[in-house]
Design a protein around this ligand. Sequence first.
Ligand code: CU
Length: 646
Amino acid sequence: MIPLRVVPRRRRLRNGALVLAAVGTLAALDAKPIAASASASASAFLESRADYQAQRGSWQTVELPEQAQLNAIHAVQLYNGKLLLVAGSGNDTTAFEAGTFTTVLWDPATGTSTNVDTPEDLFCGGHAFLPDGNVLIAGGTRKYEVLADQVTHAAGVMTVKNEDPDSGALVLPEKTRFRGPDGAQYVATEEVVVPPAHKMGSMVHTSSVELWVEAVDEGPGPVVTEGAQFSLEGPAGTRPQDLYGVASSLTLEKQEYQGLTASYIFDVQAEKYVPTGDLTRARWYPTLVSTKGGNVLAVSGLDQFGVVSPGNNELFEPSLNGWNDRPELFRYFPTYPGLHRTADNALFYSGSNAGYGPAEEGRAPGVWDLTDNSFTKVPGLRDGDQTETSTSVLLAPAQDQKVLLAGGGGVGDSPRSTDRVDVVDLDAPSPAWSPAPPLQEPSRYVSSVLLPDDSALLTGGSSGYRAYGNSYSKVASLYDPATGTMTEAAPPHVGRTYHSEALLLPDGRVLTMGGDPSFADADDEVPGTFEQRLEIYTPPYLERGLGRPVITDAPAQVQRGTTFRVSAAATEDGATITKARLVRPSAVTHQTDSEQRSVALSITPHGEGLDLSLDAREGITPSGWYMLFLSDDRGTPSQARWVQVL
Ligand code: CU
């Protein structure tokens, strides 16, 4: 089987065994060129040189098997080595309207893929790992946005109120008609159930339910911009004074994407989505982040009417297999907030986000203490008004509690973007951001990936909003947290922008995918197409012709705070194993990855093997599956061994 079309850069096979070890079966397969640009041949020649690759690494473009090609908007590295790639409707209105939702399981080691039945449109939901390694995925798309120039009928949210405590539950069918004070008519776009008013002693509390309505007549006539009361034809026995609608905004303005309450566990063994209890609130662009005890918090998102959540956050508890509101954690964040779990189980909000929400609110970074819902701002971030579409990552090792934030741009489709890279040490007495070396170009949508040698790869993005003007940043850098230095990495060949992502593979390489430009050309006239090619980065540590350490045995499960023994050997002459890391795999979308982290283990040599000691703090090593990498004193990492932390 030859499932992949691989386009290696001109690779000098210095050491056949190394190349096989480094690139697995991908490069060993038949290769057909995709394209060869003559103008790029000089840089291609430079990039093909062994000494260049040993310094900067190399890239190769890869295509998924044809039946597996998709708009990769969500990517999760599973503990069995496979990748969960989710498009849902893939930001494609035709697919959305047809109810065609896509998920692909791809095994890079064998090149095989499986199409997974996708029960709802999980496009733009959030995801996090559960302690057993399964993936909780929640939220998604109920309705696509409608731009103002396509809105023909005034529309918006109608609140139906019921003052009758004895009405029982009232079913209002789809197309229920509402009539405004000036006679304009509107219809409900869906069925809703209105509960009876609530009686408490002699007091009656009006019940209410929200629904979306559209004007019957086109044009500005039915537009409503201030509070008004609406009559409706209710079920038999209801009285107009008890059952009525109120609305203050039925307009011809842009209608935002609307969220879903969908919630599923992707079962890694069964390779299917299993429903859990729904979210209590619809969410589009939420961040899911694992918290104490294996629970998962869902934060922010647009609701079922496209309104950004004012701060309603909720918790999934595996023991309940469902979600519950957490009003005591009411706090507003813009959509897809960059949240990173700290050593003491607080959440650090880096300021990264993916748009939606007012420019003035919830943009400042800080530490969110979940024990009392307090928020302590962390000052000093440069270009603080350009955190939208930035990336942030908890640097390696996690014990150092340093977070890096890179790139980003102004709110909305602002033409501004920044090359700023700042780092904060959350363990400092008064944490504050400090400058790090900049990106090579101002960029939004940069991807950040932790490598087993503790460096962070910062790759791709575009200076313009959704790559306006063909403004791809085809550059990559490696940040070394130990020295605070940035070095240029080999440049990627495929442009990445909005709806792109990257993650570390268990073989020590990096996979990048996705990209959803508004336009295909520099003049912004031709509609863009979704980038379905993948690209794999081989870091310098696999390009130096050195043998890799090998882990021959390791326990499948380990306890936090314990020491465990592994069998391993440094295969390079004279090398010794000096570094051990547990890297929690990525679950990434929209430059948001609350999972990725790298935990340092201390090493004690023991005969043929090593004793590795694991940090006892849950906030450092949350339960779940990790990739164990051992590196030698030349900086060459092993392939990963999967280990579950209990
Ligand atoms: Cu999106």
